[in-house]
Design a protein around this ligand. Structure first.
Ligand code: ACO
Length: 160
């Protein structure tokens, strides 16, 4: 499996992958916004035929000027079911985190995850070392709470 930065012609494949995997869905325009604004932060995993089997959609936080440290944010990540537990999500996260730190000088990365999402929580907390910052009540459209999680990129040694 090959992991690489996204191209504009990947966006429909990313959207298809997202629709199969998550109830949080986005317009192509929103994918395009990420791709055009922060082209080095989003990645895809493709199979040997070039079919997209996983993606990470990420951005820099624009309100970081208001007293908050400059940081990256993972909008969405998913991997098709038959390609899971191969280390792809870990690789997608690490590549994006590295780009946030080295290209944009992000001091940490943030994300939201459903309280009930055990696989993603294990990935973030146990594999990557994210910590819980807050619980956001009824964050999702169906009323489920979110965990707001952070990972320092300074601790990873990716920021000078
Ligand atoms: N159960 C328990 N732990 C898991 C699971 C699972 N099903 N899947 C991954 N993990 C943890 C493990 O610690 C794993 O390490 P290990 O395999 O050495 O034990 C570690 O995460 C790394 O696993 P990867 O193989 O890199 O993860 P994968 O490529 O399978 O993708 C993902 C994980 C993205 C959560 C996948 O299950 C998925 O697409 N789920 C549906 C979509 C989703 O929930 N996305 C996250 C929403 S939150 C957001 O987008 C910010």
């Amino acid at each position: 499996m090959n992991v690489r930065t996204i191209r504009v012609d990947d966006l429909t494949g990313m959207q298809a992958c997202n629709l199969q995997n998550l109830p949080e869905n986005y317009t192509i325009r929103y994918y395009l916004y990420h791709a055009m604004t922060w082209p080095s932060l989003s990645f895809v995993a493709e199979d040997h035929k070039g079919r997209i089997v996983g993606y990470i959609l990420a951005k820099m936080e624009e309100d970081a000027g208001k007293g908050e440290e400059l940081h990256g944010h993972v909008t969405s990540i998913s991997v098709l079911r038959s390609y899971r537990r191969l280390g792809l999500a870990k690789k997608l996260m690490e590549q994006s985190q590295k780009a946030m730190a080295t290209i944009y000088g992000a001091s940490f990365v943030s994300l939201h995850v459903r309280k009930s999402n055990r696989a993603a929580l294990n990935l973030y907390r146990d594999t990557l070392g994210f910590t819980l910052k807050a619980t956001e009540s009824k964050y999702y459209a169906d009323g489920e709470d979110a965990y707001a999680m952070h990972l320092s990129l300074k601790d990873q040694g990716t920021v000078a």
